[in-house]
Design a protein around this ligand. Structure first.
Ligand code: PEP
Ligand code: MN
Length: 362
């Protein structure tokens, strides 16, 4: 994906941070127009509304369907806002583009389906390959599947692509409705630096209180925008009620966010990066020394016929390092993952050396 173009509507590039807001679902003409009018007053310029709603179970509100498309057109005429909706089939694409919807997004459940992605890609390319398309991450934390969906759009000739980070499904109760797993969008940023990433704190948090802190985290990580669900009367929304806010609350949230747009002073940043480079070199040297000691331990265990993995010892290492890490203000998760990786490598080194030794002894 070397020829990506910036997100733009009608030739005008979207300025950053890109803010998209509107109800989870289009419910009624009144609900759409009132929400849009109040949103426009906060300065939001792109209005979202789900016309077709993919629901986990049948029987819930599955969207008003095509009946809602003229309402989006009215929103545009009334407020001047641009409009966005989710498409999941060829018919959705054709109907949405015929109704002059300006931006399309692909829902999390659709991204994971290669046949659906090919069908949608061909349908958009046939009508208007210049339309911007945002691809939500799949429900499961699979970066390759996410990239695969983007490549299907790109291969069909679409260039104005971006993504929406909406968190990943987990089983059982958690703080978030969908775990943010920030390292996945950040890995995507490293692989495709020009691909805009928009954060969806509404679907990550699942609760309106989490929208502001998640939005700030996203901006602090340098993501390019936010898509936030708003409703004229959130508690009465027909879908995702707990995570929607009023347009006025959105205004307060947006005003509270700190945008880091200033370029970093080159000198300070270069100096800090040199410190990081030096510390990383020291870290690597210490790790290499630790592996040398592991090799020696491996030889000793082999000569004494002691098994390589001593689980009690690993348990002791983990708990003492977690405690030491806590004293140094480092999180338990971080220390656990680092020492688990070190232990795994140390076992590998001991086994490899044993295997090599065994071979030469034969
Ligand atoms: C939505 O944006 O309302 C939606 C259905 O999102 P997702 O595909 O992320 O679940
Ligand atoms: Mn929703």
């Amino acid at each position: 994906m070397t020829e990506l173009l910036p997100l733009a509507i009608g030739g005008t590039e979207l300025s950053k941070p890109i803010i998209i807001s509107g109800p989870c679902s289009a419910e009624t003409r009144d609900q759409m127009l009132e929400t849009a009018r109040r949103l426009a007053a906060t300065g939001v310029t792109i209005f979202r509304a789900g016309i077709w709603k993919p629901r986990t179970k049948p029987g819930g509100f599955e969207g008003v369907g095509e009946e809602g498309l003229p309402w989006l057109r009215e929103v545009k005429a009334l407020t001047g806002m641009r409009t966005a909706t989710e498409v999941a089939t060829r018919a959705h694409v054709e109907a949405a583009l015929k109704a002059d919807v300006d931006l399309l997004w692909i829902g999390a459940r659709t991204t994971a389906n290669p046949f659906a992605m090919d069908e949608i890609a061909a349908a958009i390319a046939a009508v208007n390959p210049d339309v911007p398309v945002l691809v939500k991450n799949p429900l499961n934390p699979d970066l390759e599947l996410w990239i695969g969906a983007l490549q299907r759009l790109y291969n069909a000739g679409l260039r104005r692509l971006g993504v929406i980070h909406r968190g990943f499904s987990t089983y059982g109760p958690t703080t978030y409705r969908n775990n943010p797993l920030w390292r996945i969008p950040l890995e995507l940023r490293i692989r495709y630096p020009r691909l805009p990433i928009i954060c969806d704190p509404s679907h990550i948090g699942g609760r309106r209180e989490l929208i502001a802190p998640l939005s700030q985290q996203a901006l602090d990580m340098g993501l390019d925008g936010l898509i936030i669900e708003t409703h004229r009367d959130p508690d009465c929304a027909w879908s995702d009620a707990a995570q929607q806010v009023t347009p006025e609350s959105l205004g307060v949230i947006l005003d509270s966010l700190v945008y880091r747009s200033a370029p970093a002073p080159a000198e300070t940043l270069a100096g800090l990066r040199r410190q990081i480079d030096r510390l990383d070199t020291e870290l690597l040297e210490v790790l290499a020394k630790r592996m040398d000691v592991s090799r020696e331990i491996g030889e000793y265990k082999r000569s004494q016929h002691i098994p390589v993995v001593q689980s009690a010892r690993f348990g002791d290492i983990l708990s003492s390092r977690v405690e030491a890490g806590r004293q140094l203000d480092m999180s338990e998760n971080f220390i656990r993952s680092i020492f688990s990786a070190i232990h795994e490598e140390s076992v590998r080194v001991q086994l490899t050396d044993t295997a090599i030794h065994g071979k030469s002894a034969n």
